[in-house]
Design a protein around this ligand. Structure first.
Ligand SMILES: NC(=O)c1ccc[n+]([C@@H]2O[C@H](COP(=O)([O-])OP(=O)(O)OC[C@H]3O[C@@H](n4cnc5c(N)ncnc54)[C@H](O)[C@@H]3O)[C@@H](O)[C@H]2O)c1
Length: 251
């Protein structure tokens, strides 16, 4: 499978290029990055429109500013895309959905299997505890991450909120009001420091007892391997929008 890595000179782009070496069925045919200062083992282009080599799948771990060109390239060349970039706006999600009418698109704000299990556990815990327990989410990432809260923290909050019939309010900052916590809040908190690859904790705090669900990413390899699995999965799909849920269901 011939892969184009968009964001190839970033932390995740490099992790994908390293992971590909462990598998015989993958090869990186091109990279795309606005940063050309690295030495790469494949040709690197400043923008995806310039890529003139045959490819099977695009894997994008870059920046929201690259999304529009990735979607245009995928549609034009009928090459499926695995979109892993976070911090994407609501309008851009609509663009992803539109593109998926023409070409298979995989989009997930977290490519690790463990996090997707954590989501299921969180939904289950919410069904059982949600009415009587206060729910708070804490996420921790390295000091270079530009979006906050993390896409994964928002994904967890959305799943919990849906389970509670969307009768919830996200609170990101407790410094602005001097009021006790209301029942329907989901507190979401971000910590940034060092080289933490990604930690997520969901706290269910009740009267006299607290339950915590947590996931710690030991390295970026889990996201890289998840993206390669997603590439294999999406390559054989019909046009449409796919997520980790679809991949897990079919595995
Ligand atoms: N879905 C997941 O599981 C998951 C996991 C880790 C990171 N991410 C997300 O992936 C993205 C990249 O993460 P990272 O840690 O590798 O970041 P990074 O900053 O290390 O790398 C981003 C790379 O993209 C390049 N870039 C920026 N704008 C570009 C553009 N317009 N066109 C082409 N290249 C461009 C940068 O030069 C850089 O090399 C972030 O949005 C991050 O939150 C997602």
């Amino acid at each position: 499978m011939k892969i184009i890595i968009c964001g190839c000179n970033g932390k995740m782009g490099k992790a994908i290029a390293e992971s590909v070496k462990k598998f015989e069925n993958f090869v990186v045919v091109a990279g795309v990055d606005i940063n050309h200062s690295e030495k790469n083992e494949f040709p690197v282009f400043e923008s995806i429109e310039q890529v003139n080599l045959p490819a099977d799948v695009v894997i994008d771990f870059s920046h929201p500013s690259a999304l529009s060109s990735v979607l245009t390239y995928s549609k034009k060349n009928k090459i499926p895309a695995v979109i892993c970039t976070t911090g994407i706006s609501c309008e851009q999600i609509e663009d992803i959905k539109k593109a998926a009418h023409n070409v298979p698109i995989f989009y997930s704000r977290n490519m690790s299997l463990g996090i997707n299990l954590l989501l299921e556990l969180a939904k289950n815990a919410t069904r059982i505890l949600g009415e009587n327990f206060d729910i708070e989410i804490i996420e921790k990432h390295h000091n270079q991450k530009i979006d906050a809260p993390s896409g994964t923290a928002l994904m967890i909050a959305e799943e919990i909120s849906e389970t509670l019939n969307n009768n919830t309010k996200y609170v990101f900052d407790r410094t602005q009001s001097r009021l006790p916590r209301s029942k329907n809040e989901i507190g979401i908190h971000s910590v940034r420091g060092g080289s933490i690859p990604g930690e997520h904790e969901i706290i269910f705090a009740g009267k006299d007892e607290t339950i915590t669900l947590s996931h710690h990413a030991g390295s970026r390899n889990i996201f890289a391997l998840g993206a390669l699995r997603a590439a294999e999965f999406i390559y054989v799909q019909n046009p449409g929008l796919y997520s980790m849920k679809d991949m897990i269901k079919n595995s």
